[in-house]
Design a protein around this ligand. Sequence first.
Ligand code: PLP
Length: 286
Amino acid sequence: MFEKIAQHIPDQRIWLKDRFVTIRRLDLVHPQISGNKFFKLKYNFLEAQQLGFKKLLTFGGAYSNHIAATAFAARQFGFESVGIIRGEELAHQPLNPTLALAQQFGMQLHFVSREEYRRKQDANYLTALAQNFPAHYIIPEGGTNTLAIRGCQEILKDGDAQFDVICCAVGTGGTITGLIEASQPHQQVLGFSALKGNFLNEEVAKLTKKRNWSILDDYCCSGYAKTTPELIQFIQHFEAEYDIPLEQIYTGKMLLGISNLIEKGCFPPETKLLILHTGGLQGRNI
Ligand SMILES: *Cc1c(COP(=O)(O)O)cnc(C)c1O
């Protein structure tokens, strides 16, 4: 079902600082099931369908691209959907654009406290949830599970062996794990974390045995969804120069990071970079 809607994904070469780099425009894969979420959801939806589920349940924050993409895909492929949303206070506020969109696509929003949300991977909690929402196929936060990782391996293609470094933004680590699994030994996979801290290195190390990767949090702008005037200015300049839209949570931070690293001479001159534009533009707020 996902094959039928995937458009051709263009690679775009741009001159960044002192070299040509290639940007893979996953943001163009589908208008609503955007970017990496398309690849993360693909095998989860196939699995849900094969197992005969008619309903899906997943988790996300108030601005989650995963929630928006899942809500749309669910409606598109004939599933009912429930979103467990972090922040019970949101139940009493007007919905932000992401949640309004998800609701418009038919997702039933269920707001929970931060304490409850933190238990999203806890087996007892999931059992209780399965009782409250019977017969729902459960997709974890950010869509990250083995099937998502398998889907993300398809982001890389045969011809990509020419690239030395593959760059992506990191949230839960599912996408970068797929890329690492699909990468070749001579390649380095470089992740730019949208969150502060080193814990994603530990999370991803649990998901893959390979070691040709690293995740930096140097460009997270002190935390998830936080911005700095430098980041906003960088995004504005980048969009004006290349006519490629970015957003401030993932892709803007990644490109700011890559641009800085090139400027600092961190990549030898001949290094060929493949940069993944993972989409997420529904959350653009510049
Ligand atoms: C969700 C998302 C990511 C992070 O993907 P993970 O697999 O959770 O690491 C990166 N970029 C964009 C635009 C996203 O929406």
